[in-house]
Design a protein around this ligand. Sequence first.
Ligand SMILES: Cc1cc2nc3c(=O)[nH]c(=O)nc-3n(C[C@H](O)[C@H](O)[C@H](O)COP(=O)(O)OP(=O)(O)OC[C@H]3O[C@@H](n4cnc5c(N)ncnc54)[C@H](O)[C@@H]3O)c2cc1C
Length: 396
Amino acid sequence: MTKAGIIGNGVAATAAIRELKTLDSDIKIDVFSDERHAYYPKPSLMEYVGGVRTQEEVIRYNQDWYENQDVNLHLATPVTHIDAGIRSLTTPSKIYTGYDALLLAVGSYPFVPPFEGLDKKNVHVMRTFDDAIDIKEAVAGAGREIIVGGGILGIELAAGIKKIGGDPIVVTNVDRLLPIQLDGGASEILRMHLENMGVTSLMGFTCTGVVGDDAAAGVVSSAGDSIDGDLIVIATGVRSNVELARRSNLTIRRGIEVDRFMQTSAPRIYAAGDCAECDGEWYGIIPWALETSKIAARNMIDHGSARFEGITPANTLKVAGIDLTSIGKVHIETPEYEQIISVDREKGTYYKAVIKGNVVVGGISLGNRQVAMRIRQLVTKAADVTDIRASLFEPE
Ligand SMILES: Cc1cc2nc3c(=O)[nH]c(=O)nc-3n(C[C@H](O)[C@H](O)[C@H](O)COP(=O)(O)OP(=O)(O)OC[C@H]3O[C@@H](n4cnc5c(N)ncnc54)[C@H](O)[C@@H]3O)c2cc1C
C-alpha cells in the first residue's frame, strides 16, 4: 500500500498513524480533522479544566509531529462524503483521491436528551478542547455549576470545577453514580468521598429542562423540583459518529459495522475507535480505540494480517484523592456468576470481585490502588482463585 487516508484525529487516528508508520515508513498518509487543534488526549481536558495543565500542555502532538513523519494533517477540514467505490474523500474545498485504504476514526458526539431550554446561554457539553476552554471560562463567572449526568465524565468534570473554585452539583436520573461501572454499594462510598471534597450529588433527579431568561438559571425535573445554577453541563452519554458513513452507504448499527479485521461493509475502508462496532461490541473508551485502530492499521497494510479478539473494558476515575477502578463484568444478572464484596465505610473502601467458574471476570476497587492492581491482574490472567478466595483483596 502506498497511500492511506484517515478521517478524524483523535486517539484512534494517531494510534493508527504510529502503527502504519512502524510497519511501512514510506507510506503516505493524509489525516483530516474537523477540529482546529492538533492531537490532544481527551483526559487532558479534565486536567485543563482543573487547572493542572495549560492550553499548550494539552496538545500532545503538534504540527511538527505530523511533518516529521511526512504525514499531511488537514485541520479544520471536515470530510463530508466518501465515495466507497473509488475511495475518494470530499471536503468543503476539494476532493482527495488515490487512496489504497481509508480509516474512519471519527469518534463520537455527546448525546443530549431533548430538554427544554437548551438554547439558553451557558449550557454546554464536554467533548472537545474548545468545549473545555468554554467551560473553564464560564466557571469563572458562575455561582453554581450543575452537571447533568453522573457518569465518569460528569464526576471528573465536577471535581475539576471544584478544584478551580466552583461549586458544582451533579444530578442524575438513576439511583447511583457511574451506573455502568459501579453497583449501589460502591456508588454510596464514592458519594461519600465526593461529599468530603465538596462535590454534591443528587440521585433520582430526572432533568427535563433548563430554565432562565436569556441565560441559564437552573434545571427542573419531571417531578417539578428545581435547582438554581448558572452554568449547566450536559454529560448524559455519547453516540457514535455514524452520519458520514451512513451518507456514504456503509452499513450502520449502533456504530459503523466492522468485521474482525475492522473492515466496514466496503472493501479497504476500515473503522476504529468510538465510531466502530464489532460483532455487537462497542465501548467509548481509550483501550477500545487503541486496540481497534492497531488492528485496522495492520489490515490496511496487509488485509487479513490481524484479527480483533475483543478487549476487557476497564475504567479508572481520574479524580485526585479517589482511587477507583472498575474492570470487566461488575453486574450480576445470572446464577453462574457469584460475587465477593468487602466494604469498610470508615476507611472509605469498597472491593468487589465477580467470579465465574472460580475465575475472576470483573471487579471494583475503590480506595486502594494496590487492590485495584490485584483485581486487574486476576481478571487479565484468568487464573483459578479456588485457593485464594479468602485473600482475594490482599495486595501481593
Ligand atoms: C473529557 C473526556 C475525558 C475522557 N477520559 C477518558 C479516560 O480517562 N479514559 C478512557 O478510556 N476514555 C476517556 N474518554 C473517552 C475517550 O476519550 C474516547 O473513547 C476516545 O477519545 C475515542 O477516540 P476516537 O479517536 O475514536 O474518537 P475521538 O477522540 O472523538 O476523535 C474523533 C475525531 O474525529 C473528528 N471528526 C468527526 N467527524 C469528522 C469528519 N467528518 N471529518 C473530519 N474529522 C471528523 C472529531 O471532531 C474528533 O476530533 C474521555 C472522553 C472525554 C470527552
